[in-house]
Design a protein around this ligand. Structure first.
Ligand SMILES: Nc1nc2c(ncn2[C@@H]2O[C@H](COP(=O)(O)OP(=O)(O)OP(=O)(O)O)[C@@H](O)[C@H]2O)c(=O)[nH]1
Ligand SMILES: [Mg+2]
Length: 237
């Protein structure tokens, strides 16, 4: 079973379309799990309506907004324990992640444990019309992670990933810290997967900027949390 996990916070304008795009791929044994943090815009109501017509769609609602990492951890536990997932997919709800490349990414699970949709390899890209500060944070952030952790990975912060369940099972106890509740989850997960020797592949991703809904990306918080993670990892005794 493959479970595509889509974390949502106020994605009412995008959620139906992303669900449709994934199911249109007609992949065998594929379910979608939406993990919503009680979005005030009613995202979960829309998902509940679609569930009535589609038994391959599931919804988890967190009472509180505890961040992206927490949503993924809750979702991955549910996907593995309740839906018997062998492969997990991380995908944003805002249509930034091209679903058409998903079958090729999943195909690489034959030879790899973790497949990253990568914006910083040949064939991949970040949006041309991104504001300067977004480009700067993304590009320089990735350089910093490469410098401190590994030059072998080009896109450390991508949120489009195919992950064998065994990778999450191996890492989850180490990720159960406050530090990983937010966006730092992505970098922390990857760092720990490399350290454990899992096989990683990067696949080109042309990242499309969101057209609807608003970004939850908080620049300063993101930088602060990631710097804290680097310091803690690199300079602890
Ligand atoms: N459940 C949950 N989902 C979240 C939370 N924060 C963000 N998300 C979802 O995580 C995904 C990525 O968030 P975005 O706001 O698109 O962040 P981003 O892609 O880095 O930023 P943009 O490019 O500006 O969209 C989206 O599907 C969000 O709805 C959260 O606290 N809880
Ligand atoms: Mg986004």
């Amino acid at each position: 079973m493959i479970v595509v996990i889509i974390p949502t916070y106020n994605e009412a304008s995008n959620i139906s379309k992303v669900i449709k795009n994934v199911f249109c791929l007609n992949l065998k044994d594929l379910n979608i799990l939406v993990v919503d943090d009680s979005s005030p815009d009613g995202t979960s109501k829309i998902v509940k309506k679609i569930i009535k017509k589609n038994k391959n769609l599931h919804l988890l609602i967190n009472e509180e907004k505890k961040g992206l990492g927490k949503a993924y951890m809750v979702g991955m536990d549910y996907a593995i324990n309740q839906l018997n997932a062998k492969v997990l997919v991380e995908m944003d709800a805002d249509l930034s992640h091209d679903t058409k490349i998903l079958p090729n990414m999943i195909n690489y699970t034959k030879t790899h444990d973790l497949i990253l949709g990568s914006r910083y390899i040949k064939g991949g890209s970040i949006p041309k019309d991104w504001a300067f500060h977004r480009k700067f944070v993304s590009y320089v952030g990735n350089l910093v992670f490469r410098f401190f952790f590994s030059w072998k990975i080009n896109d450390w912060t991508t949120g489009y990933r195919v992950i064998k369940s065994k990778v999450y099972n191996k890492l989850k106890l180490e990720l159960n810290e406050d530090m990983f509740l937010g966006y730092t989850f992505q970098v922390g997960f990857l760092y720990k997967a490399i350290k454990k020797g899992f096989k990683i592949k990067e696949y080109p991703l042309i990242f499309i900027d969101r057209k609807k809904g608003s970004s939850k990306f908080m620049g300063w918080n993101y930088i602060k949390n990631n710097l804290f993670f680097i310091l803690k990892t690199k300079f602890k005794k």
